[in-house]
Design a protein around this ligand. Structure first.
Ligand code: CLF
Ligand code: SF4
Length: 519
């Protein structure tokens, strides 16, 4: 009964939904410059063609804007332990794998501890703009704890955006409460819209005191997910859809999922790789179900990009993640530490800091545009990938040996486009280079022609060169995109003169292990 009335309500406000969807459809990607399709959202600092109300919501959300993720941080509080479904890529010993890497365990908090933690982090990290609840189970299978946390935080830290990630089963029951707390961003994990495929991913769901299995369970889940998505978008709440790419099960089907969620007003689609190491003890891990390679993942993301904004900078965070997406500062904010911390939540100094960040963003975009203009008239079909070591702010500012991940940009005569990232084992361990790590790093960026770093030692430099990857340290502490375009212009001229022969690179590996604070 409840479902039927919710559907009726949805159709009654069809005009409003259509208006929101039209705005999203009209928006040709936040950062495209006359390019085709839709780029990773928000890849320029300016508002571009985004309607003002959407721009205000995404401009400092590190997940909803690729460009913002270089500058702004998020934090999660692990207040939601229970879950109402079972995914074959999940082991309940760990955090919810819909927004976390399997194998990561977070420290669970009460709503009161969570509120204290948010103030402690906000007073230490002024660029922390978003508080998300993403587990360790499903936030909406724990509605009291989730909403109590939102209530406390909206009173004590009103400038922080509230964000939520759910499997969607309970979503239609909570949409009004979500809207009531001014939650502007909701993520739903949707891995299928075909229950036959869903039955291969979900062994059961638990709804209204009853356990459902097989196709019946998957049908219930997909209906509730899509209903929840429609209800959110008709209320103007920005929705991101996460999908786990499982080769041989839903990889091709995710194109249909992309169309289904776009037609219901989703703003952003985040296709993530399945991580299925046997040691995580998940069904897929134990049955040998593999995850996608880097090229398979990129090809699927590229094929969906013409339809809607694609997120490519997701880090599959832990349920207690803190910091920029590419860093993990959760170890600085354990319960013991935050209880002892002096909290000085100063809204004015947070605003002043963020105003500086905005100046930095504008300078970065101006530098990129200027460099891009100097490439006008250049004609070439060459497209290639480069890896970048960065600590944030859009700069090449990380030492090769200290990089825990590399960001990957695709270079062409259209410019430099962020297309992903690769987690790696740290090369420099206790002051020494680790040969085993170097091999895994080379495998992780094997599809790249060059790696941009702030500094690199002689040994890894020569091994990278032998592997056909050019180590580039001449742009240390300069802007990433501007430097990459400069390097690419030089590369094209060397290819034209015959000094360099352009060759295609091979595939690369996506690391399967979990990233922990110490890794
Ligand atoms: Fe957290 Fe998720 Fe909100 Fe972001 S994460 S609840 S939307 S604030 Fe972001 Fe992390 Fe990827 Fe999630 S990088 S796992 S997409
Ligand atoms: Fe695990 Fe998250 Fe799936 Fe629940 S929704 S089974 S916690 S991955």
């Amino acid at each position: 009964m409840q479902d039927v009335s919710a559907h009726q309500e949805a159709s009654g406000s069809e005009a409003k939904l259509e208006a929101v969807m039209q705005q999203i459809a009209d928006h040709k990607g936040c950062g495209t410059h006359g390019g085709s399709g839709k780029a990773s959202c928000g890849s320029q600092a300016g508002q571009g063609d985004l309607p003002t109300e959407i721009w205000e919501k995404v401009k400092n959300h590190p997940c909803y804007s690729e460009e913002a993720h270089h500058h702004y941080a998020r934090m999660h509080v692990a207040v939601a332990p229970a879950c109402n479904i079972q995914c074959n890529y999940c082991n309940r010993k760990y955090d919810c794998a819909n927004e976390s890497r399997p194998g990561v365990v977070s420290e669970k908090l009460t709503p009161e501890q969570a509120a204290k933690k948010v103030l402690a982090v906000a007073s230490t990290i002024p660029q922390m703009t978003v508080l998300g609840i993403a587990g360790p189970g499903d936030p909406l299978a724990n509605p009291e704890k989730t909403f109590k946390t939102f209530e406390l935080i909206s009173k004590t830290a009103p400038d922080i955006k509230l964000c939520l990630s759910t499997n969607g089963l309970a979503l239609p029951d909570h949409v009004d409460t979500i809207a009531g707390f001014n939650v502007d961003h909701v993520t739903i994990t949707i891995n299928m819209v075909d229950p036959e495929i869903g039955a291969k991913i979900y062994p059961w769901v638990f709804w209204k005191h009853k356990r459902y299995t097989g196709v019946e369970a998957a049908k219930l889940l997909t209906d509730r997910q899509l209903q929840g998505l429609e209800m959110l978008t008709e209320r103007g709440i920005l929705c991101k859809v996460n999908s786990v790419m499982i080769p041989g099960i839903n990889d091709q089907h995710l194109v249909d999922v992309n169309k289904a969620v776009k037609s219901r007003g989703a703003f952003l689609h985040n296709i993530m790789p399945l991580i299925s190491s046997p040691e995580h003890g998940t069904v897929f891990g134990l049955t040998g179900q593999r995850g996608p390679t880097a090229q398979e993942l990129k090809a699927l993301q590229d094929s969906c990009e013409g339809e809607m904004n694609m997120m490519r900078h997701c880090r599959q965070c832990r349920a207690d993640a803190v910091g920029l997406l590419g860093e993990d500062r959760s170890a600085e904010f354990t319960t013991d530490k935050i209880m002892e911390m002096e909290v000085d939540y100063d809204l004015d100094s947070r605003k002043a800091y963020q105003a500086k960040v905005e100046e930095e963003r504008v300078a970065k975009v101006a530098a990129k545009q200027e460099e891009l203009a100097s490439m006008a008239g250049e004609v070439s079909d060459i497209k290639l990938l480069v890896a970048v070591a960065t600590k944030g702010s859009g700069l090449i500012n990380e030492h090769f040996g200290h990089a825990k991940e590399f960001q990957v940009y695709e270079l062409s005569t259209s410019g430099a486009k962020f297309v992903g990232h690769r987690r790696v084992d740290l090369y420099c361990q206790g002051g020494y280079g680790e040969e085993d790590s170097l091999e895994t790093i080379i495998r992780a960026i094997n599809d790249c022609h060059a790696v941009f770093v702030a500094k690199i030692g002689g040994c890894p430099k020569s091994d990278l060169q032998k592997a056909g990857i050019d180590p580039v340290d001449q742009y240390a502490h300069e802007f990433i995109e501007k430097s990459a375009i400069t390097w690419f212009k030089d590369y094209l001229s060397k290819v034209k003169s015959g000094e360099t022969e352009h060759v295609q690179r091979g595939d690369a590996e996506i690391r399967q292990g979990a990233l922990t604070a110490a890794a």
